[in-house]
Design a protein around this ligand. Structure first.
Ligand code: FA5
Length: 344
């Protein structure tokens, strides 16, 4: 039995020495030290030994088992260290390689235009107000002198959620909301940028979702000439000193009188070209003197206060300023288009 144990030890240690990986090592461990292995078998057969031999062989079997165990563990550490070495060698990083360029994003052109318009009007003493995109019928229409069933509601085809709740069709409801907050006391001097929604068919100049910037100035003795002066000042600062504006009579239920405002065409300098359809002018916004009924409905005394309001299309301003021929460019997110507006 002594020889058998010595032979088993030598055999197992030889296999440990040549094991190429952790799996081969595990196989040796299971084969020699496992419950069904030869050493366990020797220990089981000890009952047949004499009383003197039993402790000697028992001790020897334990020594053989421990010797194999120690060698397996040593070899295991050796193999693991070698595996890590190999992995590190394969994954070595060449720090001299040039890096891959990171594509930086940029502010969307419409956001840039809104910021620029805000800056121009902040310089004229206006502050910025906001209102909800999901609006109640009252603020979107009724408070703007457009009672239910008024035919002028057809001017703005709307997305309704319920009879009373819709996606706002213009930024004008912010006028009514802001005036209400002032509780009948002027001055009110705000611009209100935001998204608006209409059931318009999309084409080169129309989108079902677009942006507007509303302007409102209510105080004592506000006149049409103030409206003209503010818009002229804005057109020059936004489009350039050489640009003129012109007011044409129009109709909005919430302003009286109402006007449409054209800016002189930048492509031809007002001589007439394809872009301005030979007229020399391009329409950018609707405006007018706030209707006395709108002032009254929002809590202002129309015998004391007067005001002007305007609403401009942000995409329209951007198209004119940057000579963009299709409104859909703003929404299709082509990186080649957007990258042209990167601020330097
Ligand atoms: C209005 O929305 C009025 N609320 C403007 C106003 C405010 C008048 C205050 C008086 C006082 P209008 O529907 O014309 O008006 O729209 C104003 C501007 O929004 C237009 O001049 C145009 O630039 C832009 N616009 C209108 N419809 C679309 C559309 N479908 N796609 C893109 N821009 C549009």
């Amino acid at each position: 039995m002594r020889e058998r144990l010595e032979a088993l030890r030598d055999e197992a240690l030889a296999k440990v020495a040549v094991a190429k990986d952790v799996k081969a090592l595990q196989d040796v461990r299971v084969a020699y030290l496992g419950k069904k292995g030869p050493i366990t078998e020797v220990l089981r057969g000890m009952g047949k030994l004499s009383a003197e031999e039993r402790p000697v062989i028992g001790q020897m079997a334990n020594d053989v088992r421990d010797a194999i165990k120690v060698q397996v563990e040593l070899k295991e550490k050796e193999l693991e260290a070698a595996a890590i070495e190999k992995q590190l060698a394969n994954e070595s990083i060449d720090v001299t390689l040039p890096g891959r360029p990171v594509q930086g994003g940029s502010t969307h052109p419409l956001t840039q235009v809104v910021e620029e318009v805000e800056e121009a009007f902040l310089g004229l003493g206006f502050s910025v107000a906001e209102g909800p995109e999901v609006e109640v019928d009252y603020y979107n229409f009724e408070a703007l002198n457009l009672p239910k069933d008024h035919p002028a509601r057809d001017m703005q085809d709307s997305f309704y959620f319920t009879e009373e709740l819709l996606l706002r069709t213009h930024t004008s409801p912010v006028q009514a909301r802001t005036m209400e907050l002032h509780k009948g006391k002027g001055p009110v001097k705000v611009i209100c940028p935001g998204k608006v929604f209409r059931r318009d068919d999309d084409d080169a100049t129309h989108s079902h979702q677009f942006m507007q910037i509303e302007g409102l100035f209510v105080d004592e003795n506000v006149r049409m000439s103030d409206l003209k002066g503010v818009l002229e000042q804005f057109a020059k600062s936004f489009f350039g000193e050489d640009r003129q504006i012109r007011l044409r009579p129009s109709f909005f239920p919430f302003t009286e009188p109402s006007v449409e405002v054209d800016v002189s065409c930048g492509m031809c300098g007002g001589k007439g070209c394809r872009v301005c359809k030979q007229s020399g002018w391009i329409e950018v916004l609707g405006a007018g003197m706030v209707h006395p009924r709108v002032l009254e409905m929002s809590g202002f005394d129309s015998t004391k206060y007067s005001g002007f309001a305007f609403g401009m299309g942000v995409e329209r301003l951007a198209m004119l300023k940057y000579d963009i021929d299709d409104i859909r460019h703003f929404y299709t997110n082509d990186i080649r288009f957007l990258a042209q507006f990167k601020r330097v």
